[in-house]
Design a protein around this ligand. Structure first.
Ligand code: CDP
Length: 225
């Protein structure tokens, strides 16, 4: 049995990627992190300064060597054969990624890569439009949310930064601005699928979130697997 498809969507820093990786590991599935593909394209377009006109952007995007390299339990994204490490999560990449993700050429490319890798099942894919657009037939869909303040705190902690009230407020503001851009775009906006389970993680520990999703997945495996 290859397993079911699990879609985990939600706003920025709601814990999707960490949760998806742990759920994939617990189930022996593969973790596909769609945000990394959008981030890698954004990084490359900033690096090559082709982030302007749509014609140039399309040409360069077609030429871009973007690959998913299997790296249990997930993938590494390679740009021109290279792991770009911190470039994926830099403040510069994060502040441009929503705009780059609105481009149809970008969404088409990422959609094709995700379906190609995850289309057979046995996958936990996280992002913004996984349950609505990428895998609308996923057997289990989860929409993770958490308060902006808690998400700001988590993001600062991830970066090893000090948790001051001002810092948390600033970070929460940046996350909310990205959520607004992701929710308001026309193509594949951030949206909860009607059949997605809503899970508020504000007061839950990472392992509580993982345990809940793994239990739901086991039930879905029994029903559909
Ligand atoms: O980790 P974080 O929640 O900050 O974001 P991410 O999952 O790495 O996604 C970064 C950005 O990529 C998002 O803000 C969206 O603009 C875009 N994205 C998207 O448009 N569709 C997806 N399925 C995943 C990410």
């Amino acid at each position: 049995m290859r397993g079911i498809t699990i879609a985990i969507d939600g706003p920025a820093a709601s814990g999707k990627s960490t949760t998806a990786a742990a759920v994939a590991e617990a189930l022996g599935y593969c973790h596909l992190n769609s945000g990394q593909l959008y981030r890698a394209i954004t990084w490359a377009s900033l690096r090559g300064a082709w982030n302007g006109s749509e014609n140039r952007f399309r040409r360069e995007l077609e030429r871009l060597d973007l690959r998913l390299d299997r790296h249990t339990p997930g993938y590494r994204v390679l740009v021109n054969g290279r792991d770009i490490g911190e470039g994926l999560v830099s403040v510069e990449t994060s502040s441009h990624v929503s705009a780059v993700s609105t481009r149809k050429s970008v969404r088409d490319k990422v959609l094709a890569m995700l379906r190609n890798e995850g289309g057979q099942g046995g996958v936990v894919c996280d992002g913004r439009d996984i349950g609505t657009v990428v895998f609308p037939d996923a057997e289990l869909k989860v929409f993770l949310i958490a308060s902006a303040e808690e998400r700001g705190r988590r993001r600062l902690r991830d970066r090893g930064l000090e948790l001051t009230p001002d810092g948390i407020r600033r970070e929460a503001g940046l996350l909310q601005a990205r959520d607004a851009a992701d929710s308001e775009r026309i193509l594949a906006p951030l949206r909860r699928a009607p059949d997605a389970v809503l899970l508020d993680t504000t007061t839950l520990s990472p392992s509580e979130v993982v345990d809940r999703i793994v239990s739901m997945a086991r039930r879905a495996e029994a029903a559909f697997g």
